[in-house]
Design a protein around this ligand. Sequence first.
Ligand code: ADP
Ligand code: MG
Length: 669
Amino acid sequence: MQSIQLTSIKGIGPRRAELLGKLGLASFYDLLCFAPRDYKDYSRCESVCDCAHGQDVAICVHIDGEPKLARVRKGLSVVSAQAADDTGKLQLVWYNQPYRKQQLHKDMTLYACGRVDLTRGRKIINPVLSLALPGILPVYPLVQGVRQSMLRDAVRNGLAAFGEQIEETLPAALRQKYDVAERAYALRNLHFPSDMQALQKAKRRLAFEDMLTFRLMIDSLKRRRVQNGGVAFVPADAEAFGARFPFSFTAAQKRILGEIAADMRADRPMNRLIQGDVGSGKTVLALYAMATAVENGYQAVLMAPTEILAVQHFCAVSRLFGDGACLLRGGMKKQEREEALAAIASGRARAIVGTHALLQSGVVFDKPGVVIADEQHRFGVRQRALLGNCGTPDVLIMSATPIPRTLALLLYGDLDVSVLDALPPGRTPVKTSLVPQEKREAMYDFLQAQVDAGRQAYVVCPLVEPSETLEDVCSAKELYMWLKKRLRARVSLLHGQMKNEEKEAASAAFRDGGIDVLVSTTVIEVGVDVPNATIMIIENADRFGLAQLHQLRGRVGRGTAVSYCFLLAKNLSDAARERLETLIKSNDGIVIAQKDLAMRGPGELLGKRQHGLSAFSALALANDMQVLKAAENAAMDIQTDDALRAQCGAVIERALLAVEEAEKQIAFN
Ligand code: ADP
Ligand code: MG
């Protein structure tokens, strides 16, 4: 199955295979595992007269006249055809698909599928045509040069030719016990579901298998971790450490310092998750673990999800460790990078801070004692496994996304969890409000007054550049230009497409008070710490998830002054309104996360961006806790039942392969 080439599929030649390669697809099996991002339901035939504007429908139409091709200007051609059913007329229009003229003829009867547009007459733009009612169609993520129809045909033809060869990986007994569908059924229905219920069953089966594999992988890693043993460190002196900060630690911080000290003193490796709301002061805990490793003659590694956060941590780490501090990240100049790598490999670098760049091959550590991942929900499942896999080093994971304990255990296996449940003293909760469009000017006046009082502000937009397709969505560049004129303030811009140096200059200037208003994208989402900032304005707030909004809001309210978070949004859907209301009512990350989980399911909360262990990205598919729990139980069954274990060869092997792959990818020696 794995060896079936894309080019063996009808309609896929070398050129198309190469295009599909851009989507990361190399074989028919990859294609099978390529989950649609959405579906279009064309399983019912609608009547022309019933169609509402914007509705996505399948209509059985008769072509009333020969189609016309017009070349409007260079690079723009339009084919249009008059069509109708018994209830009314409608026009079919295609842009830049001149071949449609040859395809269509007067008096043909066929199904036209697409979104109905009633703005000028009644039409469907770029409809999909088909002789039979298409049913439910998959919608795949695309790259340039790959059309939806090409992927659909490839999967359909591939299934027709090779579908019989799909092998079952789970024994019938297990499938029955946990009520999961057969694999072949699941893979067919993932792409072309016979109905929505079949799709749910398909997703459930695939998520179950992935989760099961993942659990087995984690168990295997855990066994190795315990076998390998860890370093019994002498913990750094907590008082001397505390004396290096201008504040005294909260009771919660002290308690967790104690837990870290106990973990690090033990001769089995630490594997601890620290959950603490944004601004609760997790960084000092990381620094303490680093100090312990370094004092014992080991290296300490701190990983951050963004460049900005890595640089910020590097500043703090440099203050504590002086010359022993080292920064590694993407986009470094060759020589700079080589120097850093050499320092890391030789052990000259004691306290190492970096981004994902730390997980690349070529990074060889001398003697890693502790590895810390900050805001780890931005790291994928695999990266987390990589960390857990390094045998000897202690591992500390810090997160402001308070995932429920059960989910955390399912995901990370045998983590110990500490909850940092108190904020440093003197903080006042951020005042959050939804600002109606007509109050926008008043909001800017308020912003001006705060700036005049010496405060700083963030303004966050979903986009960097204005977009033609997302007309109502704010772009950082536009708003920046506009605010520069509107405000008497030093305004600056920060977004992910800027060069490293530019990004740093902007964040440093903001940190040092040289800038009053920072117009930014979500690059500032995690970790950034500027206590003098008291205003957070979020444009198109409905476009962000709850956890993300809470993170963004967490950038303010870090000092003693009262802080404000203003949410702007147009045309709120009910779900979006509910999200924003939750945020307005609560400042508590745990309450917010629970609400988020209830509204979206665990898959979305954790999954989307994480390319997990397999091509399915199980977490994104699994949208109920039930599947995760079922997989957890199944893993236990396999662990304890030898007969069952013998029948689960394929799944176990996949888990072990994943472990090996994880081991290959990192060179902690
Ligand atoms: P987070 O948990 O979001 O990573 P940080 O570690 O960035 O939070 O801490 C937020 C801010 O609070 C920082 O400016 C930090 O110096 C400060 N801080 C941390 N602990 C305390 C404390 N015990 N008392 C006062 N301020 C503290
Ligand atoms: Mg932090």
